[in-house]
Design a protein around this ligand. Structure first.
Ligand code: AOF
Ligand code: ZN
Length: 344
């Protein structure tokens, strides 16, 4: 039997939890009866609530899963966390085969052994690459105890984000901007700078917003401050006032210390950050970036003074380039989205 289609379905189900399960992983599950008919599906919908396997199995009341197969993108848990171990329920319900996308990186979990010890056949590594990508944030958090950093930029064909006057708000089309909202939802927080707020006065609708404003130049009446939890990293103030968390931050060469900001954000429970700003911060954040979403609009400024989307440093030789691996190219007519990862 080929389980790839069911694993693709698990990934799709898992994505339903985007925006609601952090810091837990995205997990989806499909259950087949002993003849291979699909009888239930489930997913992890909200942090602290039922895991995907439990969600799928609890929908079955008549024992039709007895002798059947359970497909799930992540190794079932074997520990008591916010919920009891999924392995116990899988064993109790008489499942005979478990198909897994990837092993869990959480050291508390050793579900495969527990299932095998109970005489269940375990098939591992089905669509493993896709399953790992689905949970790239969870994997980085578990292994490195650091937030996953993504950068989103939108540029012209000549790599520019703004004309000299800083006007940059509407480089891409409506369909690209709709996609940006979906991308934002995957991350615990968005991050931007005073320069972007002063130039564009964006809304950047999100649950949590990290703002870098060293000299506190932005007006707290700006649209961005009207919703979400605000973390305002700056050089002088450390206090909570008017609904804003002001966080005093070390400065090096006139710039707020990004390493400090990411560490602090992690200590505040922020597991992933989407940077949406201009070329300066994008350039500086490159060395921390885990992933880049790069929209390209079919436009040319032709102006060699307009700002580059990654504006960081001078190099003398093309060998000094940073290198990336392109993961996908998608159309958001008339624009495209390149998604790429740094090559370590
Ligand atoms: C989830 N959803 O569908 C699966 C998870 O504290 P708990 O009980 O919620 O356990 C969290 C851990 O359980 C998580 O870090 C992961 O290792 C494992 N599996 N977690 O939130 C799921 N299958
Ligand atoms: Zn579980």
């Amino acid at each position: 039997m080929n389980y790839e289609n069911y694993m693709t379905e698990c990934i799709k189900l898992a994505r339903t939890g985007e925006g609601n399960v952090s810091p837990n992983p995205l997990v989806g599950c499909v259950v087949l009866d002993k003849d291979g008919n699909k009888i239930s599906t489930g997913y992890h919908a909200k942090y602290g609530e039922n895991h995907a396997e439990r969600d799928a199995l609890l929908k079955l009341k008549n024992g039709e899963e007895n002798g059947g197969t359970l497909i799930v993108n992540l190794e079932p848990c074997s520990h008591y966390g916010k919920t009891p171990p999924c392995t116990d329920l899988i064993i109790e319900r008489g499942i005979k085969r478990v198909v897994i996308g990837m092993r869990d990186v959480n050291p508390k979990v050793d579900g495969i052994k527990k299932l095998k010890d109970a005489g269940i056949e375990v098939i591992e590594g089905v669509l493993e690459k896709e399953c790992r990508q689905l949970n790239e944030v969870f994997i980085k958090n578990m292994i490195e105890q650091k937030p996953f950093i993504a950068i989103k930029t939108a540029a012209t064909l000549d790599g520019k984000t703004a004309a000299q006057n800083g006007s940059s708000k509407w480089i891409t089309s409506e369909s690209a901007r709709t996609e940006v909202k979906k991308i934002r939802n995957r991350y615990d927080a968005i991050m931007t700078t005073s320069a972007t707020i002063l130039a564009d006065n964006p809304t950047m609708e999100h649950r949590k917003k990290i703002i870098l404003d060293r000299e506190l130049k932005t007006n707290l009446e700006a649209t961005i401050y009207k919703s979400g939890e605000i973390y305002l990293f700056n050089e002088t103030l450390d206090m909570f006032e008017g609904g804003v968390n002001f966080i005093k931050t070390p400065v090096h060469q006139n710039k707020l210390d990004l390493e400090f900001i990411f560490t602090k954000a992690h200590s505040l429970g922020i597991q992933s950050i989407l940077i949406e700003s201009g070329g300066h911060l994008n350039g500086e954040a490159l060395k921390f970036a885990d992933k880049i979403y790069h929209f390209i609009a079919p436009k040319i400024t032709g102006d060699n003074n307009s700002r580059s989307c990654f504006d960081y440093r001078h190099i003398d030789n093309i060998n000094e380039c940073l290198n990336f691996k392109i993961d996908s190219i998608e159309n958001f007519d008339p624009d495209i989205l390149l998604t790429y990862y740094p090559i370590q």
